[in-house]
Design a protein around this ligand. Structure first.
Ligand code: ATR
Length: 278
């Protein structure tokens, strides 16, 4: 625990692995000249329920929640914001009028990254392909649906998980298996990888992009490595790409604002700082 006299937020998980969130929030605190801190806080599973039940009494002003506590935190909050309600998941906690509020900043973070990194994203529409059907996929689908992308083809190894997402989000979501990808690709305006394929230590994601539209935008939520095999293939094909680091930075911004009262910016300087830690 840091200095108890200054507002302190934390990332809660178990075990707490190396997290980049402290670098991000401490950079913003320093940049805005604010008294505050952001620390890693390990909570073992058997203590999680009590930890979140008592959270609003302090000492933390808020938290980011990571594995394996997301479900316990969701169950413990007094209310959720609109995105967390729609997704059934929280990643950010703050206290308002003594109540514990759960927010989900993954979906807005995904969109804010594309808005900042792609010159024409705000004007883009049409069919999208989302690879993967896990928690990250849910946030991405919600965001794309909000932005009017349709249809949203959800391509997943386990078809039943993609079908469950179609039930949650409606007929705009079209479940598909990987074998259908070659037929779907030529129409797509946007391709998003939300699987762990391409992440350091995982098998690469290799897709034949030859028949893709020349204006296809390809983005990956994996950011270690920054240039995933998918993004490298897309760049070699001359396609516009957006890497996943920006989503990590943008999803942190609303939490900072809840806790410390200032909306921070995602700058090239912050990107360089976080990259230097990778
Ligand atoms: P997250 O919450 O980060 O999205 P997740 O819920 O574990 O993580 O989802 C991981 C996604 O990557 C899933 O869509 C998973 O496919 P399955 O639903 O079939 O498991 C996908 N994935 C992981 N490893 C994969 C692999 N080797 N081949 C294809 N898909 C893979």
């Amino acid at each position: 625990m840091s200095d108890p006299t200054i507002p302190t937020a934390c990332v809660v998980g178990w075990p707490i692995r190396h997290s980049r969130s402290p670098i991000i929030h401490r950079h913003w605190l320093a940049r805005h000249g604010l008294a505050g801190d952001y620390v890693q806080h390990a909570v073992p599973p058997e203590e999680a329920e009590a930890f979140f039940a008592n959270f609003a009494r302090g000492p933390f002003v808020g938290a980011n929640v990571t594995v394996p506590h997301k479900e316990v935190a969701f169950a413990a909050v007094d209310r959720t914001d609109a995105v967390a309600s729609a997704l059934g998941a929280v990643n950010t906690l703050f206290v308002e009028n003594g109540q514990l509020v759960g927010a989900n900043t993954d979906a807005p973070g995904f969109i804010a990254n594309l808005d900042q990194s792609s010159p024409d994203f705000s004007a883009r529409s049409g069919p999208a392909i989302v690879l993967g059907a896990g928690g990250a996929s849910r946030a991405v689908i919600w965001a794309l649906k909000q932005r009017g992308f349709a249809p949203i083809h959800v391509v997943n190894r386990t078809l039943a998980r993609a079908e469950a997402l179609a039930e949650r989000f409606g007929s705009v979501v079209r479940p598909a298996g990987w074998d259908q990808l070659p037929a779907l690709l030529p129409e797509a305006a946007l391709l998003v990888n939300t699987t762990s394929l391409g992440m350091q230590g995982e098998p690469p994601l290799v897709i034949d992009l030859e028949r893709a539209r020349d204006d296809l935008l390809v983005t990956d939520i994996v950011y270690v490595p920054l240039e995933t095999p998918l993004l490298a293939l897309a760049r070699a094909r001359g396609l516009q790409t957006v890497d996943g680091l920006g989503m990590l930075l943008h999803q942190a911004a609303p939490g900072f604002e809840y806790w410390f009262g200032v909306r921070p910016e995602v700058t090239p300087e912050l990107r360089r700082l976080v990259l230097a830690d990778m």
